[in-house]
Design a protein around this ligand. Sequence first.
Ligand code: GLA
Length: 748
Amino acid sequence: MIRSFWRMAFQKVFVGANLPLLVTVTLSFLFSPPAHAAVPISFIEKQNLWILQTGGSSYAFGVNERGELQHLYWGKRLDTQDFSNPHSLPEWSSFDPSATTTPQEYPGWGAGLYLEPALKVTFANGNREVILHYVEQQVNGDNLEITLKDEVAPLYVRLHYRVYPDNGIIERSARIENRTNEAVTLESAQSATWTLPADRSYRLHYLTGRWAGEFQVQTEDLQVGKRIIESQRGSTGDDANPWFAIDQSDGTNETHGPVWFGELGWSGNWRFTIERTSSDQCRVVGGFNPFDFGYRLAPGESLETPPFYAGFTNAGLGEASRILHRFQVERILPGSPHPRIRPVLYNSWYATELNVDVAGQLSLAEKAAQLGVERFVVDSGWYGRGDDTRGGVGDWQVNPRKFPNGLKPLIDRVHQLGMDFGLWVEPETVSPDSDLYRQHPDWVMNFPGRSRTEVGNRLVLNFARDDVKEYVFSWLDRLVTENDIALLKWDYNRNWSDPGWPEVPTADQKKIWVQYVQNLYEIIDRLRSKHPRLEFEGCSGGGARVDAGMLRRVDQFWPSDNTDALDRLAIQYGFTQAYSPHLMIDWVTDVPDGINGRVTPLPFRFLVAMTGALAIGGDLNKWTADDISVATKMISFYKRIRGTVQDGKLYRLGSPTESDFSATEHVSEDNRQVVVVAFLHSQQFGRSVPLLRLQGLAEDATYSLTTIDDKLEEKVEKVRGAYLMHHGIRLRLRGDYDATAVELDRVQ
Ligand code: GLA
C-alpha cells in the first residue's frame, strides 16, 4: 500500500472534502480555549495536536503528515505553546522503517512496525495488518475521544482519554469496532501505549509475589529489549501485579526525581510489555493479555479494553504512590470522593478455621466488642451440609448443624454488641463434592472429553455463562436480603485451568477470558446498586486479585494470608507502592505465627496492623488480661488516627526489606495531624537507632507530640516542622521487634 495515499486522505479530511469531519474539526477549533489556558484538554487545531495537562505534568500527541496519531511528550508540565507540529521520524536504516522509529499513540501491527503493537488483527480475507489513521475527535469536559480507522477496512478504534486534572492522572482505554461485513479476530487489544521520553537510564519497579508472600518490590535497570510482566491465570494473580513505575537510575529515589507510573483496571489476564528499543525509546504497552486471546468480533460488534491509569511526577517514588492513593480514594473506590473510613474489624478465620458454630462465634464476638471492634466477620465454614473440609463450597445454604436457627441469632447478638456483621463467600469455585456440582457439572469451565483439573479441592465455575451469572447473583442477593450483612468477604481460592466454554461456537470460546471478568464485575455492581449499604472485601487466597478494576467494586482488600508482623511489613511496603492504605486490611493474629512460626510482641503486631485498616484475627478466648489491655489501648489510639492513616498522605521512611529500621509517616489531608509509626526489626547491641527525619510538613508550623508508649528520647512537647524535618526525632527502640507510634497535632 502506498502511504502517500494517506497523505491525500489526510488532506481530504482537513481541506474539507468531507463535510461532517470538517464541521467537527472546525467547531472544536472555534470552541478551543486559547493555547495558554490552564484547561485539562487543549486541541491546537492549527498544529493538529492535543495537550493534556494534569497536576504537574503534560501529555501531548498529534496527527502527523501520514495521518497517524503520533506521541509527542509525557513529562514535567510544559506550556501549550511549547509544542511544535507533529512530524513522523525518518527511517533509521532499511531495517528500521519510520513506522518503527515514530512513536504512535496506538499502533496497529503492520507497515514495518517491529515494536509491540497496541492492536493485532486477523481479517476474514486473510489480511493481518491494520494501519490506523486519524478520523475525528470529540472533547467533552475532561474527556477526549479520538477516532482512528484502518486505512482500508472499516475497522474503527475509539481512543478514550480522561484527564483527572486535580489528581495528576490520565486514564486511557480503547474501543475496537468491527464495521466490516465479516468477523474480525483480535489477536491483541491493548488499552494504551505509553511512550516515555527517549533515555538510556530507565529503571523499572514492579511487584511480584506468591501465596503468603505478595507485593514484593522488584527493581531493575531496563535493558534494550522487552520486559514482560503479566498474568495468564484467568485473574490478576499474585506472581505479578498490574502496576509499574519507571524512574531514572541516575536521578530518582523515594523523594526526588522523575517517575512515570501506571496501573491497569482489569481483574483477568493482563500484560504489560515494557520495551526499550535499540534507539532508547521506552514504551509501556498494556491491556488484555494476548495469550490465547483470539477475540472474535462479529460484524457490528465492539470490544472495550480495560482502563489504564497513568501519571508522572518529578518528586520521586513516594509521590507517585501518593498520587495513586489520592486518586483511588477520590475517584475509584466505592463512595469516592469520601469512601467510608474502615471500621475496626474482627475476622474469625485463624481462631476457628472451618470449626464455625454459633456458640464459638458468639464467644469471640463478645470479646471483640469489649476491645472496641466495630465489625464482626464470620469466615469460611458456615455453609454446606457436612463439616469436613473437602465438600461444601458451592452449597451456600447456612449449615443447619452449625447454625440450627440460621444466622439471625448470631447477627442479632452482634448488633446488640454494637458491631455490624460480615460474612465470607467464595462464589466462583465449587467443590467436586457439592450438590451444586452434582446438579450442574456443565457449569464449570472444561474442555469436553478431557479431565477437569481440581486444585485446592475446587473447580472454577464458568462465570462467562449467563445462567451461572444469574444463579450466582440470585443466591447472593437472597443471602444479603434475608440477613443483615454489612460486608461480604469475596474470596477466590484458585486460578483457572481448562478454560473451555463448549456451549458457544468454537470461534467464540476464547471470549471466556473477557466475558468471565465482565460478568463478575456485573454481579458485584448489581449487588451494590440493589443493596447500597453492602460493602465488599476483595480476597483471593490473600492478595491474588488486587487491581484497579476490583478497586472500583470493593471497599477493602485482604493483601495476604501471611499475618506475621515482620513479613507483613515487606508486604505492606509493596502494597502501598500501588494501593492506598485505606484498602489494606491487616489482622493482628496470635504467636507463634501460624505461617512461619515467628514470635513477635503484641504491641509490634498491633502497630504493624495500624499502618493500614486495623483488624483483629487472633483467638480472643486465649488472650490474657495484659493482651486485652494492650489491645484496648491500641484500638482506641487507632480510632483517633485512622482518618490520617487510611486517607492521608503516606511517606515511607525507609524500606523494611533494606534496613532493620523502617517507619511510615501519615499526614492528614488538611495537614493538621501527623502519625509516625516506627519499627526496629532487630538490633545489634550498641548500634543506635537512626534519627527519624519527617517529610511533607510545613517548616513554620508547630506541632504537639503525643506518644503511645513514651519512647521519645527527647522530652519535647511542642516542636517546629523545620526541626522535625531537618533535625529529626530520636526514638528509644531496642532489641528485636520493638515499635512505637507518635501523634503530632498542628497547634499553630
Ligand atoms: C483464603 C483467605 C483466608 C480465609 C480462607 C478461608 O485463604 O485468604 O483469609 O478466608 O481462604 O478458606
